[in-house]
Each structure stands twice: as structure tokens, then as C-alpha cells.
Design a protein around this ligand. Structure first.
Ligand code: HEC
Length: 145
């Protein structure tokens, strides 16, 4: 009788199981960040960095979103831009509602730099080129601030 080559019925499992476990671990690691929150905190849209016009030059040197100027909580803060400095206003849901913003006015301010009262926002507020889905996600996040 020729020697029987030992077979490993468990072979595929022994290889697959750790791979599956690794995938599950990666998929479950870290808290899930909602798309709107990610844009707000890091400027990262669903297709990489959200493009924008204007804004201070340092903005392009990091993973910055709205939070770097308006604060993670939307309470606003002081912004330095070269020689100029100014205040980025509060953009919490309550602050924006008090200034007459609705969803349409808000997207106009974010995309085109036009305030709710028609005033053109300063150069230091970037004009963000968000697509419709990104804008919707961002507005939902602002609504919770
Ligand atoms: C580089 C700093 C900076 C970043 C980043 C920034 N903003 Fe601003 N933003 C400003 C400044 C400064 C103003 C005030 C401009 C003015 O009053 O002329 C402003 C104004 C606004 C206003 C108008 C508020 C009002 O009272 O009329 C809204 C809305 C706003 N920002 C939303 C956002 C959102 C949403 C993002 C992220 C997608 C963002 N901003 C990112 C600096 C910034």
C-alpha cells in the first residue's frame, strides 16, 4: 500500500478564519464617523478632500474642515490668516436660525459665500464645492450642533 498523504480537512478553515477575523476586526475598529461629521471635522468628502475656493493659505496644509475655524462644537473662534485676523462666527443650529438661515440659505453661504441677508462673506470663509449628498450630510451635522 502506498503511504497515504495526510489530508488536512481543516486547512481552508485554518487559513480563512484568521483572515475573516482580521477583516471583522478592521471593520469594527474605531467609532464610525458619519459623513457630515467627517466633512465638518476634516474636510474629507466621499471622494477625498472637498475642493474649495478662497480661504487662508494654511488651510490646504492639513486635514481641515469647518471645525478649525468654527470650532468642533460650532461655537465659533478667532481665525488668523496671514496679517489678517477675524472671528469665525458661531454656526450652531440655534445661532444660524437666529440669523435667518434655512437649508437653502445655508448651502448658498457654504458654496457661494453669500450670507442669509445677502451680504458677501469675507475671503476667509472658503467657498466649498460640495456635491448634493455631501451638502445634505453636512447640513444634517450642523443641525445637531
Ligand atoms: C478658514 C476659516 C474657515 C473655515 C475653514 C470655514 N469657515 Fe465658515 N466662516 C469663516 C469666517 C471668517 C466667517 C465670517 C465671514 C464674514 O462674516 O464675512 C464664516 C462664516 C460662515 C457662515 C456664515 C455665518 C453667518 O453668520 O452669516 C457659515 C454658515 C459658515 N461659515 C459655515 C462654514 C462651514 C459649514 C464650513 C465647513 C464646510 C466653514 N464655514 C469653514 C471662516 C471659516
Amino acid at each position: 500500500m502506498p503511504p497515504v498523504t495526510p489530508r488536512y480537512p481543516g486547512y481552508p478553515l485554518r487559513v480563512l478564519l484568521p483572515a475573516v477575523m482580521a477583516l471583522v476586526t478592521v471593520a469594527c475598529s474605531g467609532p464610525e464617523v458619519a459623513p457630515g461629521e467627517r466633512i465638518y471635522l476634516t474636510g474629507e468628502g466621499h471622494d477625498g478632500r472637498v475642493a474649495y475656493r478662497q480661504g487662508p493659505r494654511w488651510l490646504s496644509r492639513g486635514q481641515f474642515g469647518c471645525a478649525v475655524c468654527h470650532g468642533a462644537d460650532g461655537a465659533g473662534r478667532f481665525v488668523q490668516a496671514g496679517q489678517a485676523a477675524g472671528a469665525a462666527p458661531a454656526i450652531t443650529a440655534r445661532a444660524l436660525a437666529a440669523r435667518g438661515y434655512d437649508a437653502a440659505a445655508l448651502s448658498r453661504a457654504i458654496r457661494d459665500g453669500v450670507a442669509a441677508d445677502g451680504r458677501e462673506l469675507s475671503y476667509y470663509m472658503p467657498r466649498w464645492q460640495l456635491d448634493a449628498a455631501e451638502m445634505q450630510a453636512l447640513l444634517a451635522h450642523l443641525d445637531g450642533l
